[in-house]
Every structure is written in C-alpha cells, then in structure tokens.
Design a protein. Structure first.
Length: 216
C-alpha cells in the first residue's frame, strides 16, 4: 500500500550499475533497507535469468521483513510471483492492464516524460507518476529530452498523484527539485559507492535521507 506521505527518497537498485561497480544486487538492496530507504525499486533491463530472479526474491524478502515497499521495474509477471509492486514505462505493459493483474494494495507506478503523458497518467489507476529526466543522465542508453526544474514546476499542476522526479539528481540539486513540486527524488548512481563496500552504501543512503529530511 502506498504510504500516506511518500518518502522523499525513492531508491533504485539498477542491476547494470551495481554489477559495473562489483556489488551484489540482493546485498545492495539489504544495504538500502538498513540505510533506511522506505521505497526501493529493482531495475533490470536485460534478460531476467534464474540468477536475477533469485536475487530479486531475496531482495523482496529483505524488504517485506522490514516493512519496506519493494517494486520490480517492467515485469508484471515477476511482481506477481514476488507479491510486490510494479513500475512500468511508456513502452511496457499498459498501466491499466497492469492494474488488472496487480490489485491494490500492490503499488503501481508509471514513468512520464512530457505534459501529455502526465495528464494521461493522472487519469490512470496508478499510485504515483515518475517524471524525468530532470537533468542529464547516464542511466539510460536513449534518454528522453531533459526537462529541467522549471518544466517540473509547470507539469506538477497536471497531477494530484505523488510525483517522483528522476534523472541526474544529485544531493545538492535535490532541494530545488523538491521545492519545484516533486514529492520524492529517485536515485540510482548517487547511492552506489565507487568501491564495493556494504557499509559505505548504507552510509550513502543514510546521508541522502538526512539531506532530504526523510528521517523516520
């Protein structure tokens, strides 16, 4: 079930980014949980192998035991198997069909990138909208056009749903993003230390939460 007040930190465990720096996916999610993240998305864009599924299963278990919202990106079938939330993009399974598969209280989120998508998303049976990229990002091979903070402020008025800003958001830029109307910021690379260290990753999550005023 979506929180009454959406946590300001939306942590994304991107398997490609984690593997690039030598991090185990399931342990990284556990570090996010111990760092205090309340919403975590597992994003995997490649082949969903048995190994990735087992890691996702472990990650979902960590989150469930800690009362943390866990979501899978793109894959409604995996979300159903893990009994967790789902985040879909504009080219994934249509959100209204995904909602038929994942009934509340399962969280369903949708990516948006422009005014039309925000307006359409506001009418769909989703719990939140992600909007971006706000700044230039290296997390996608073919990112949509950068929106910027001013455009975020303009698009905020087209939805009453929680709005998660994503794309190139650093901790020093996050306050202006929240001030422009975002309910939360999604973070990928900002939560991954340069060297494989469980304690450093947990400390980064804690630093982000403190910086965003997202302390429980």
């Amino acid at each position: 079930m979506i929180p009454a007040v959406f946590p300001r930190l939306y942590a994304i465990a991107d398997t490609a980014a984690l593997h690039q720096r030598g991090f185990d996916v399931a342990l990284s999610v556990k570090a996010f949980v111990e760092g205090g993240a309340q919403v975590i998305q597992l994003r995997h864009k490649g082949h969903f192998s048995r190994s990735i599924y087992e890691q996702a299963k472990q990650a979902a278990s960590f989150c469930r035991q800690s009362g943390v919202q866990f979501l899978i990106d793109d894959r409604a079938d995996v979300a159903l198997l893990l009994e967790c939330g789902l985040h879909v993009g504009q080219t994934d399974l249509p959100a209204h069909i995904a909602r038929l598969l994942l009934q509340p209280p399962a969280i369903l989120g949708l990516s948006t990138h422009n005014e039309q998508q925000v307006i359409e998303g506001d009418a769909l049976p989703v719990d939140y909208l992600a909007l971006g990229p706000i700044f230039a990002t290296t997390s996608k091979d073919n990112p949509d056009p950068v929106l910027g903070v001013d455009r975020l402020r303009q698009l905020r008025r087209f939805t009453t749903k929680p709005l998660i800003a994503i794309g190139g958001i650093s901790l020093d830029k996050a306050p202006e993003v929240l001030k422009a109307g975002a309910d939360a910021v999604a973070v990928i690379r900002g939560l991954i230390p340069n060297r494989p260290s469980y304690s450093e990753m947990r400390a980064l999550v804690e630093a982000w939460r403190k910086g965003l005023g997202d302390m429980v």
